[in-house]
Design a protein around this ligand. Sequence first.
Ligand SMILES: Cc1cc2nc3c(=O)[nH]c(=O)nc-3n(C[C@H](O)[C@H](O)[C@H](O)COP(=O)(O)OP(=O)(O)OC[C@H]3O[C@@H](n4cnc5c(N)ncnc54)[C@H](O)[C@@H]3O)c2cc1C
Length: 462
Amino acid sequence: MTVINNALFQRFETIVGSSHALHQDELVASYTTDWTGRFQGSTPLVLRPGTTDEVAAIVRVANDAGIALVPQGGNTGLVGGSVPLRGEVVLSLLRLDACEPVDILAQQVTLEAGVTLAQAQSHVSPFDLAVGVDLAARDSCTIGGMIATNAGGINVLRYGPMRDQLLGVEAVMADGSVISHLEGLEKDNTGYHLPGLLAGSEGSLAVITKARLRLHPHLEERCSAMLAFNSVQDAVRATAQLRRSVLDLQAVEVIFREAMDLVSTYISTSIPIGSDGSAWLLVEAASSSDPTDQLADAIDQLGALVSDVAVGRDSTSRAGLWQFREKITEAIATQGTPHKLDVTLPASQLAEFVTKIPEIISRVDSGATAVMFGHLGDGNVHVNVLGEGGLEPHEAVESAVLNYVAQLGGSISAEHGIGTAKKEFLHLNRSSDEVAIFRAIKSSFDPKGTLSPNTLIPPEQQ
Ligand SMILES: Cc1cc2nc3c(=O)[nH]c(=O)nc-3n(C[C@H](O)[C@H](O)[C@H](O)COP(=O)(O)OP(=O)(O)OC[C@H]3O[C@@H](n4cnc5c(N)ncnc54)[C@H](O)[C@@H]3O)c2cc1C
């Protein structure tokens, strides 16, 4: 673990104040273990700055002293990037939680990095505006963390991931300098797009302190439907058809068999339709006028592809359907520490992938099972490996699954990022020339390796 001598501790404490420089075991515990419990680190110090100037001062001191920092938001990241696995100092951004007034003319807002997604949603909704990205961790995940991971979530097929919402950032660079580009110009071709580069950089290039986000009209009128399918292939075909025919399509989420059984038990509610099915879609259409007919017509056109349908029009019945999707991650967490794999497949390979995965996993570890769900509209499947095998067999399973994904032309990380968990598999999707460019970018932003040095980029082979 990093050693912080007294003089250094006092310099950090002077910047943030004694109540925001935490070192006692019981106070740092929640900052050193990730949401899943799989990644447990240790730290000599958690620093909780309240302003960008304080962030800059901390980073400057750390960079001068050769101390590595791990920026942390809500600590809901799922790839071990938010916790100090090599004894780094944790830089918590949660106190940067101010929301600037909504710019109604531009339909934009500037938010500090520690604002949670739920706070951002409540801040903009009185103006009939909405944040383009939504995900189940909304009460804890922060704008800074969502940018750093380029979070996706349930509305990517309509609005894109976090990178597409970003019009500008303020960020502290590894030497403590601050860059700020928050004017929010929709057209601004003045060179490299630094916000786009920071999106998905997982804390390795700069500490994001503020962001200017594009907002979208809040679509009050909504209709949700749960569709049951007898085969995965039918669900994939139906998704393609719905994407063509429902202009106001907001989300197409999928729940596969094991995940449906697990969540139904967890929420003590029986599966609403198609209890013998193989896959269920949760489909939502949203518009300024009632989209129910549009969605109903499109579902009718699916004909025999669908085995059963349940529709939710009012907010209570919609929430009743959505709980089956939103509670899955919690339901899985009750079964032990899952090994989470988050992959994207080309549409043409999705059904084969989902169908073959149980066999591929049991070949490596007969005690392991896969619980799968995801964002089918984006080809994104979350594979959660559970079982008696313990972590090492799970790593062998991970290798088998990710190699299979790459063989099918898919991505080993759809939306959670690489973090520390997937570094050794980066070569499956990125050539050595690309990884060399990643290293060059990292060293030009952060030559001393102050910011998250253990994340995203694998060590060079000797
Ligand atoms: C129940 C649940 C559901 C989820 N659903 C989704 C989903 O649908 N889609 C999806 O994409 N993800 C999902 N996630 C993963 C996670 O919520 C997102 O990755 C989220 O964006 C992380 O935000 P955070 O504030 O918790 O970041 P953290 O977990 O604190 O950090 C994540 C990474 O970002 C870096 N970081 C954090 N803040 C900053 C900053 N200000 N500047 C620079 N780097 C920073 C960290 O160092 C780390 O590498 C889910 C997680 C949970 C627990």
